[in-house]
Design a binder for this molecule. Structure first.
Ligand code: GDP
Ligand code: MG
Length: 670
């Protein structure tokens, strides 16, 4: 079967098109850098099939970032039989730069001219026939979002029409440049590269591209021949940098094409995006708007709507599900311990965690809104100056904000960053962003101990996380990572209305993930914790929880937390369980204190923890080692145990010290 690579600039709609073509459900986001790994799927059309691969967005085939490397390696491998180049019709000049490089690969290729709906509303007219003739590649106008114009594209992809072919001609450059590239192609005639792709390699070698240079392993003689060609190119054109020269002739060529196929309205009034940006990025208004947006989001999630939904679900579980299950099991003749295991262990633990589902889903609803509208990209832009102070760039903002959702994908999203220094630093700082799984713990404990003050307490935790990330960034900049950060190249996408499917998809994915974790990890943890607290080290039934294996273990661990005000064995065990998944802190506490439902547990905890100790505990939860899934991702992305272990040691130490300091300050003040 044929394999087609979907390739285009970031945010050009590749994933939207991929989902349309394959009927799959990949995450779409209105900002560059959402697809960091490649995804593949099948296109079925009129009885024929084609394999398509969604690649990360790139601006050119010169790899700088991790994602560009992924895309490029795939493009140049033998698995790719053809290219589906997706081009943003509202940004034709910039998008065609990549197209030119793709054409020089000489592979069968079609162009999907996406965003025709937006082009139309901006009164941009594009003559597709003419464009297709000038490029030597078939052009299909489509709107991936609305699903228009797809059938002819599907015909081409699946081979039902003869519109998929190698470009009929190469771009026209000034005569001398053209001849020298031609000579380069000849020099490559004996190399093991696809014959059709020689123009690409020749141009790259003339540009002195270090990656191609090392990949092709040229002999000394060949290297000298290319150096000679490079010098000839420079003397003939009077330009000293061949890379600049080739870029500029390419843009000249694009300019001639665009000027003959595109008509733009004479007087362009400021677009909606420009008008919104004038307010949202305004010098004085920007920060208040950002803070107001965040407050609104958190208020709705934790305060009003979220709290209401959670209470409903919780009382349903506590007053209907658990008693009925108890009665049912009793009637079925189950033993006391079975009833105890099911009602206290499983339903108590798992159910207790599940009651936070509405709030998690709400948080993701708001995050996905912010992302899809394009506002999150503005936040990154706003934060650039601030992030520079701690040695990062605005681009780190993308992964960091995703960290409010879940650390694991956030750490992966750091792949969009050009230099490894920035990437490593971002990965180290992302876990300080309060992830969604920590939320149930905050709500439970802050609600129990601080009552009506719970909301500001939770907000302060989010802010403290950011502050700690800033502090650590500053520390790293002065110690381990002393180079300067790279430039900021995040582009601002236009504002778009979020799609219904996209929002639903994001909420559903998160809900499924949460429920799955509750059903597997949290379930197993609950059963394990229940058993360990009911048997003694000599494997007999424990009279009191303190004499159980867990009690013993917790009491061994507790002294480490006494200086922080929460040296209670139950809390120590819960922190340990939190390493598996942060929600497990809640389920473990529910089981250890043998209560069902957060309200009852809250009553107990408010007796166990003084406000200062409760705050210290929450701070520890916020900052200590992330869960196993995040840890293994961090290990993979940082490239080894040493870095990953150093990172979590640092985090846990920082958590301990911060909790210690805040606990003692709290004791003095209250
Ligand atoms: P990718 O980064 O190239 O994978 O781009 P995505 O598929 O994630 O899409 C980026 C944004 O553009 C999303 O907000 C999409 O909803 C939006 N989008 C994609 N295609 C179209 C289109 O044809 N018209 C409009 N108006 N929006 C689109
Ligand atoms: Mg994508």
């Amino acid at each position: 079967m044929r394999t087609m690579a979907i390739i285009g600039n970031p945010n050009s709609g590749k994933t939207t098109l991929f989902n349309r073509l394959t009927g799959s459900n990949q995450h779409v986001g209105n900002w560059p850098g959402v697809t960091v790994e490649r995804k593949s799927g099948q296109v079925q059309h009129l009885g024929k099939q084609t394999h398509v691969v969604d690649l990360p967005g790139i601006y050119s085939l010169s790899p700088y970032t991790q994602e560009e490397k992924i895309a490029r390696t795939f493009m140049l491998s033998d698995t790719t039989d053809g290219i589906l180049n997706i081009v943003d019709a509202t940004n034709l000049e910039r998008n065609l730069y990549l197209t030119m490089q793709l054409i020089s690969l000489g592979l069968p290729m079609v162009i999907a001219l996406n965003f025709v709906d937006e082009a139309q509303s901006q009164h941009i007219q594009i003559d597709c026939k003419q464009l297709s003739m000038l490029l030597g590649v078939e052009v299909f106008p489509i709107s991936a979002r609305h699903g228009t114009g797809l059938p002819p594209l599907l015909d081409a992809l699946t081979g039902n029409a003869k519109t998929l072919h190698p470009p009929t001609h190469q771009p026209t450059y000034p005569h001398k440049v053209h001849t020298i590239i031609g000579e380069g192609v000849l020099l490559l005639s004996k190399m093991a590269v696809r014959p059709c792709s020689r123009p690409f390699y020749a141009a790259k070698l003339l540009e002195n591209d270090p990656v191609v240079d090392s990949e092709l392993a040229l002999t000394e003689a060949q290297k000298q021949q290319f150096t000679a060609l490079r010098e000839a190119l420079c003397t003939h054109t009077g330009e000293s940098d061949p890379e600049m020269l080739l870029a500029s002739v390419t843009y000249d060529y694009i300019e001639t094409i665009v000027s003959s196929c595109v008509k733009r309205p004479q007087q362009q009034k400021p677009s909606l995006t420009e008008r919104i940006d004038r307010i949202v990025l305004h010098r004085w208004l920007a920060l208040p708007i950002f803070l107001a947006t965040l407050s609104l989001m958190f208020w709705a999630t934790f305060g009003s709507i979220g709290a209401f939904l959670k209470n409903c679900l919780e009382s349903f579980l506590r007053s209907i599900v658990i008693p009925h299950m108890g009665t049912f099991l009793l009637a079925a003749g189950a033993s006391d311990w079975t009833i105890d295991l099911v009602c206290d262990g499983i339903l108590g633990g798992v159910g207790g965690v599940l009651s936070f589902l509405p709030q998690i889903v709400l948080l993701f609803f708001f995050l996905s809104m912010l992302e899809d509208t394009g506002y999150l990209a503005r936040v990154a832009f706003l934060m650039d100056t601030l992030l520079r102070r701690i040695g990062l760039s605005g681009k780190s903002c993308v992964p960091m904000l995703m960290g409010f959702g879940c650390t694991t994908p956030a750490v992966m999203a750091a792949r969009t960053m050009e230099n490894d220094r920035d990437r490593h630093m971002t990965i180290l700082l992302t876990p300080f962003m309060s992830c969604g799984a920590k939320l149930p713990v905050y709500i439970l404990i802050a609600g129990a101990v601080f009552g009506t003050q719970a909301f500001p307490v939770i907000i302060s935790l989010y802010l403290l996380g950011i502050l700690m990330a800033a502090f650590s960034g500053f520390l790293f900049k002065k110690t381990v990572f002393r180079d300067v950060s790279s430039g900021f190249v995040l582009e601002l996408p236009p504002y778009r209305l979020p799609t219904f499917e996209g929002t639903i998809r994001s909420m559903r994915d998160r809900a499924t993930d949460f429920i799955t974790r509750a059903g597997t990890l949290i379930f197993l943890m609950s059963v394990l914790i229940w058993f360990l607290q009911n048997i003694t080290p000599t494997l007999s039934a424990a009279d009191t929880p303190e004499s159980s294996i867990l009690g013993l273990f917790g009491r061994l661990l507790a002294p480490a937390f006494s200086p922080l005000g929460f040296g209670v064995w139950q809390l120590s065990v819960a922190l340990l369980a939190g390493l598996v998944a942060k929600e497990a802190v809640v389920s473990t506490l529910l089981i250890l204190y043998e209560v069902s439902g957060g309200t009852a547990l809250g009553g107990i905890l408010s007796g166990v923890l003084s406000p200062a100790a409760a705050y210290a505990f929450l701070v520890f939860i916020l900052l200590y080692m992330p869960c196993i899934s995040a840890f293994s991702t961090i290990k993979r992305e940082l490239g080894g145990w040493f870095w990953a272990l150093s990172a979590v040691t640092f985090q846990t130490l920082l958590a301990w010290i911060t909790s210690f300091v805040l606990y003692h300050i709290g004791m003095l003040l209250f």
